[in-house]
Unconditional design. Structure first.
Length: 105
């Protein structure tokens, strides 16, 4: 199983989202790109001061560096994912075909 995508999520301290975003832009993203030049990185934030980094590596899931403790309400969470690729599309097509057969199509 090859995991290629990492989702990292942190909750900023009250009023600290700009600092956490700054750390991500100045430290985390350059570190991810230095470790894997093929890495694609996206940053997201929410209304409740969460920052999410989604990084997809060329061969393996990237490791997001540790954020400074003073920027985060709690330790960040990090998960690794692997793409489903065509498997989900094939499964959906197979399910549609079964339903069509039951409906008399």
């Amino acid at each position: 199983m090859t995991y290629r995508t990492t989702m990292w999520e942190a909750v900023a301290v009250p009023g600290g989202l700009p600092g956490l975003v700054g750390w991500a832009a100045d430290t985390a993203v350059p570190a991810l790109l230095a470790a894997d030049p093929c890495c694609q990185v996206q940053l997201y934030h929410s209304a409740d001061d969460r920052l999410v980094i989604i990084a997809t590596g060329g061969q393996t899931a990237p490791q997001v560096p540790a954020a400074p403790d003073e920027l985060c309400e709690r330790p960040p969470h990090q998960w690794r994912f692997q793409p489903l690729g065509n498997r989900i599309g094939q499964r959906l097509r197979h399910t549609d075909q079964e339903e069509g057969a039951r409906d008399g199509e």
